[in-house]
Design a protein around this ligand. Structure first.
Ligand code: ATP
Length: 229
């Protein structure tokens, strides 16, 4: 079966600083893949490459069978890549309703469906995004990405900096999305929560995928070796 997302031997960096040293990973349609690794190991850089925000210096990048290595980030979004970036990045002065409508594209994900997933957004439609709590801003960022009707949703640290109860709400939503068949690439620090939602995991270390396999096979030894502090 061809993968929805397929990276092979991808290298990339920031000027003279190389960050990825040959990343190979694949995500199948309908799958939730956890992209793991300690701080600075290349997770966000991998996401930037996938989203075409950073050029590849080597390797190949395919999405839905199509070579997207040279697409602009705008075209990558059009091709069906939906990112919820680290730090959320809502349009602060715009209202919730405006934030949601700017990105919307026709498809299965409609405003009512997003408000069903996050009823709290429905109560805040006229409020400026900057007046929302961190958790609500995160819901808005996810809702906005869903309204682009992506084929793949990428969540980069979606629960970072949130209170435990709010984190739990976000995880509930992520599990609901999985239940609805959404393909997801997820980066997060909580091994426990990732274990409850991810089908497979890829672990990055110094810009290379050093382990990948079913989440159920991610043993304590691997965790200690590659993810322990
Ligand atoms: P974190 O969990 O801390 O976000 P990460 O796994 O996402 O870590 P990256 O942000 O991808 O890691 O960083 C990978 C490497 O690239 C690190 O060595 C980092 O210092 C470097 N790096 C990241 N962003 C930049 C940048 N804008 N300019 C220069 N180097 C960068």
């Amino acid at each position: 079966m061809t993968a929805l997302l397929d990276l092979s031997d991808v290298t990339a960096g920031y000027g003279a600083v190389q960050a990825l040293f040959g990343v190979t990973l694949a995500l199948r349609e309908g799958e939730v893949l956890a992209l793991m690794g300690r701080n600075g190991m290349g997770k966000t850089t991998t996401v930037r490459v996938i989203m075409r925000m950073l050029p590849l210096t080597g390797g190949t990048l395919f999405f839905d069978g199509r070579d997207i290595a040279r697409l602009s980030s705008y075209r990558a979004a059009q091709a069906g890549l939906g990112l919820v970036p680290e730090g959320r990045r809502c349009f602060a002065p715009l209202t919730v309703a405006e934030n949601l409508s700017v990105a919307a594209r026709p498809g299965d994900w409609t405003l009512p469906r997003v408000l069903e997933l996050f009823p709290r957004l429905g109560e805040r439609m006229g409020q400026a995004a900057r007046t929302l709590s961190g958790g609500e801003q995160q819901m808005l960022a996810i809702g906005r990405a869903l309204l682009t009707n992506p084929r793949l949703l990428i969540l980069d640290e979606a629960t970072e900096g949130l209170a435990p109860v709010v984190r739990a709400e976000i995880w509930t939503a992520i599990r609901a999305l999985k239940g609805q068949g959404v393909s997801i690439l997820v980066i997060d620090k909580s091994l426990k929560e990732l274990g409850s939602v991810a089908d497979r995991a890829v672990i990055l270390e110094r810009g290379q995928a050093v382990w990948q396999g079913p989440m159920s096979e991610l043993g304590e030894d691997v965790v200690n070796r590659h993810l322990g502090v």
